[in-house]
Write a protein that binds this ligand. Structure first.
Ligand code: ADP
Length: 193
């Protein structure tokens, strides 16, 4: 199975669909957000740097995240493909990922873009705040995360388009419908090698 990059604004469901894809195809899953939250939990240097930025809705500097990504990738079981969730988020991160995979003779695979209107995103993130208690799920930080997404992450869509990797899925009102579309696509890709 090729790698998958799951891409979308905060709250678009990257983690949710990653878990479903992981389960169906036996792939492994790297969420840079989860990696950073674990670093914060362990109180590492990276965690300390990340905590302040995450709480402001800002991105962790490219060089820090790029530095840890190759190690995490190399720890995954090979052969079944990796789902990258929340990475890349900037063009330098995308270039670094491309290079890191090329050095290993691996393919970037497919980019799955999740498109959801901003009002739905805001509602989801606020209701997640009540359930999961993530420190960055409050209205001010969410707005900052949307700004960062538009300014730094959205330009990547064109980058993926140029790489011929972009596959877009629009929110259709239910998780099941979204999954049907995504699984249909991935099944077809798998059948075609
Ligand atoms: P969401 O997509 O809902 O914002 P994530 O768990 O993917 O949630 O990310 C949470 C935060 O972690 C981001 O706002 C950012 O501060 C940090 N982060 C995660 N991934 C990256 C990355 N690839 N580069 C820089 N910062 C990141």
């Amino acid at each position: 199975m090729k790698n998958i990059i799951i891409f979308g604004a905060p709250g678009s469901g990257k983690g949710t669909y990653s878990a479903e894809i992981k389960e169906r195809y036996g792939m492994s899953h790297i969420s840079t957000g989860e990696v950073l939250r674990a670093e914060i939990g362990r109180g590492t240097e990276l965690g300390k740097t990340a905590a302040a930025l995450i709480d402001k809705g800002q991105l962790v500097p490219d060089e820090l995240i790029i530095k840890i990504l190759a190690d995490i990738y190399d720890q995954q079981p090979m052969g079944r493909g990796v789902i990258f969730d929340g990475f890349p988020r900037t063009i330098p991160q995308a270039e670094a990922l491309k290079e890191m995979l090329a050095e290993r003779g691996h393919d970037m695979g497919y980019m799955i873009e999740l498109v959801v209107d901003e009002q739905t995103l805001m509602q989801r993130l606020l209701s997640r705040a009540a359930k999961e208690g993530r420190t960055d799920d409050n209205e001010d930080t969410i707005k900052a995360r949307f700004d960062v997404y538009h300014q730094q992450t959205e330009p990547l869509i064109k980058w993926f388009e140029k790489e011929g990797m972009r596959h877009t899925f629009h929110w259709e009102g239910s998780k099941e419908k979204m999954l049907e579309g995504i699984f249909d696509f991935l099944d077809r890709m798998r059948d075609n090698g």
